[in-house]
Design a protein around this ligand. Structure first.
Ligand SMILES: O=C(O)CCC(=O)C(=O)O
Length: 301
């Protein structure tokens, strides 16, 4: 049985760590409306859309902040599940405000309550510039753990960079799926290229919403999630996904490297005003783990 329903809002749990942990243990996700300051996100959205515009991808005559792509523009071939090619993605990764958003105290405090210890923000931070009709298939249903690895106590925050109604293709999460263990996968189109294989008796209760600027969806590394198809003509879906864990738990080396190695840290940091978020993970004595290729291996037959 597959159903989809409106996600519940959990803002009332924000000052009740026990209740937040219980809710996370039951459903595998929490959803907070307006947790992040809208003005910061709107400013970041503008910077990312300026990158798109500098490559000639914004439809002529449209308002920049609407994020309408020009389907006849060249050079938008996506790479690495982020929706755009490496050069443009590198320009986004250079944005100090993109990295800073992941460290926003409202998000870090909320995760600190969930972990009941300090919070390590993964240095690998992902931006998605999902332009429809350019080979950007919706993200298939998957668990982050097979890609992120390290400890299973890793939470992802998925953050729309602007209002993201369903037709623009936001995220959908599968209730209780973090209790299914690590699921086998098959090859699929879309970010990550892997789709979980469910056994027939798993009820599929998907939860989704019309996301608004400032909203944060938090989910466990084993919670199955996917993106809803972007049904707009040409509107770019902008979002960020950041990951967090207690620094005392194992971490895969990739989680402190730039996403998809699009640029080295020195180049990402070159134009930053502040040094406080550069190489910040070096203050921790981290327990690094090797990548396990078997987790992403597709099931035969
Ligand atoms: O935004 C997307 O399409 C995919 C996001 C995702 O898979 C994640 O946040 O882990």
């Amino acid at each position: 049985m597959t159903t989809s329903a409106e996600i519940q809002v959990h803002n009332a749990l924000l000052d009740d760590p026990q209740a937040m942990r219980r809710q996370m243990a039951t459903d595998g996700f929490l959803f907070f409306r307006g947790l992040l300051p809208a003005d910061e996100i709107v400013a970041l959205r503008r910077k990312i859309l300026e990158v798109c515009d500098s490559y000639g991808w914004i439809a002529p005559g449209t308002e920049l902040m609407a994020g309408i792509a020009d389907p006849s523009a060249d050079g938008m071939e996506p790479f690495c599940g982020v929706g755009v090619p490496p050069e443009a993605y590198g320009d986004v990764q250079r944005l100090e405000s993109f990295h800073r958003l992941a460290h926003n105290p409202a998000v870090v405090d909320m995760l600190g309550q969930l972990f009941d210890e300090s919070v390590l923000v993964h240095a690998l931070k992902i931006a998605r510039l999902m332009i429809p009709a350019k080979g950007n298939a919706p993200t298939p249903a998957h668990q982050d753990h097979i890609f992120i690895q390290g400890s299973k106590t890793v939470y992802t925050c998925w953050i729309p960079l602007g209002d993201c109604p369903r037709e623009l293709g936001g995220l959908s999460v599968l209730r209780g799926s973090h209790r299914l263990g690590v699921l086998p996968v098959r090859a699929a189109e879309g970010a990550g290229g892997r789709h979980v294989i469910f056994s027939d008796d798993v009820p599929q209760e998907w939860f989704e919403t019309d996301f608004q600027v400032g909203d944060v969806l938090v989910f466990h590394s084993l919670t199955v999630h996917k993106s809803i198809p972007n049904r707009t003509e040409n509107q770019i879906r902008l979002s960020a996904d950041f990951r967090y864990q207690p620094p005392s738990l194992p971490i895969e080396t990739k989680s402190i490297t730039p996403h998809c190695n699009v640029l080295p840290w020195e180049e990402i940091y070159a134009g930053w005003e502040s040094k406080d978020l550069q190489y910040y993970w070096e203050q921790y004595d981290l327990d690094f783990q090797e990548h396990d290729d078997s987790l992403v291996a597709v099931q035969e037959g």
